[in-house]
Design a protein around this ligand. Structure first.
Ligand code: FAD
Length: 393
């Protein structure tokens, strides 16, 4: 074969990369390692939490990738030997590679949030990896009495999908307004400013009155610890015991990245922005949420664009050609109520050691007629169909 490429992680980054590799050179031997038979997508999972969509609409299998002649291994990668260039999977099988691509997404970083761990997430769900956690948060909302409070604890950046916590607050408010109108959403935020803030705040006022209250970092909103046994959230200035506690902890690259030695002290993976090659380990590339993308917000659209750019980089490296600097486009839609959406698009190119934003970005206007919001909500649905068909269809 023209080379053995192993890709770890069958999410937006990994699936896009595996397919692009095969498309660029059919002789490449491409293996995708992913423990789940069904991938559950995070974009639009806030709709599932709000009861507007079923989880099945979020789930995608790997049959089409297998039909593309990609070897799909339904196991977790557990060890990497960077000298021998091999990956071991949970069942003990070893796979050799010439190049290894890591797209493991995020894991949670529990140390900065005392009291929160895997067990606590069963009481205070994060729902920041879609699936069982998404459904748990939805059930908790359904079980909550009218007049209750839903708290959402939001971490500082960098984290997966910076606008998504605010989209979630909006859609939970929509659920409460229609089902439990005496209830409240309380945002406890480790940030002062956030992306698309003016658009969100305008929509909240317009749609939800004062149902959503936000306590920002400088007002003491940063969560310092939790007590899952009493469902208590402790912030810099006070204690809260909400009826439903959605605690989104700080994050870092999926743990296999650290096992590979590709993560630095920040918990994320520094890369060469032209080829996505790790700055720390040879023959390993890191894409998606796990990499330090500089100015690129962590999103599904960026992960899949990075996957394709990384594939092109690998093919060039294998054939001795000089890799071209990629241009990455990230677009992010936020839906704050059915038929009410807005978006943010950015373009990025390598500048020195990192990605920097270049011209051509756009954000929805703050003052716009409802028809535009409705159109953008429709576009968001089409975006999801397109990207999931591209990765899995
Ligand atoms: P993922 O898509 O998470 O894929 C990682 C995969 O790696 C997983 O399938 C996992 O099982 C696998 N894996 C991990 N470890 C191993 C291992 N050791 N061995 C094998 N496999 C492993 N982005 C947008 O662009 N638009 C949106 O509207 C949007 N909305 C969002 C809403 C919410 C609520 C959230 C939480 C996120 C949202 N995102 C959105 C962000 C988006 O989901 C992520 O940025 C994207 O999934 C990142 O892709 P990835 O490939 O890095 O990781």
């Amino acid at each position: 074969s023209a080379g053995r490429i192993v890709v770890i992680g069958g999410g937006f980054g990994g699936a896009a990369c595996a397919r692009a590799l095969k498309r660029a050179d059919a002789r490449l031997q491409v293996t995708l390692i992913e423990p789940n038979k069904l991938f559950t997508a995070c974009p639009f999972s806030n709709e599932v939490i709000a009861g507007l969509r079923e989880i099945e609409a979020q789930q995608f299998g790997y049959d089409k990738l297998a039909a593309d002649d990609i070897t799909v291994v339904a196991q977790a990668a557990t060890a990497i030997d960077t000298q021998k260039r091999s990956v071991t999977t949970a069942d003990g099988v070893m796979l050799a590679y010439d190049r290894l691509v890591l797209s493991p997404g995020i894991d949670f970083h529990f140390e900065p949030l005392p009291g929160y761990d895997e067990a606590a997430s069963e009481k205070m769900p994060h729902a920041w990896q879609a699936g069982a956690q998404t459904l748990l948060l939805r059930r908790q909302l359904e079980a909550m009495p009218d007049g209750g409070t839903v708290a959402i604890a939001i971490p500082a950046n960098p984290s997966r999908c910076p606008p998504a916590p605010y989209e979630r607050a909006s859609l939970i408010a929509h659920y409460l307004k229609t089902q439990k109108p005496r209830s409240k959403v309380l945002i406890l935020d480790a940030k002062d400013a956030f992306t698309q803030q003016r658009l969100f705040e305008k929509a909240w006022k317009e749609l939800y009155g004062d149902m959503i209250e936000r306590i920002a970092l400088s007002q003491g909103g940063r969560v310092t610890s939790v007590d899952a046994s009493t469902r208590t959230i402790i912030t810099e200035f006070g204690n809260y015991t909400p009826d439903v506690a959605n605690v989104i902890p700080p994050q870092r690259a999926g743990r296999i990245a650290a096992i590979a030695g590709a993560a630095d002290a920040t918990g994320w993976c520094p890369i060469d922005p032209v080829t996505f090659e790790s700055k720390l380990v040879k023959d390993i590339h890191v894409i998606g949420d796990a990499c330090l993308g500089g100015g690129i917000p962590k999103s599904a659209s960026a992960a899949s664009a990075q996957g394709k750019a990384c594939a092109a980089g690998i093919v060039n490296l294998l054939t001795g050609r000089v890799p071209e600097a990629p241009r990455i486009t990230g677009v992010c839609y936020n839906t704050v109520a059915p038929g009410y959406g807005f978006s943010l698009a950015g373009n990025y190119q390598p500048k020195g050691d990192v990605f920097a934003e270049i011209e051509g970005g756009a954000t929805s206007p703050v003052d716009a007629p409802r028809e535009l919001r409705a159109r953008e909500a429709d576009e968001a649905g089409r975006w999801f169909q397109t990207i999931t068909a591209d990765c899995f269809g």
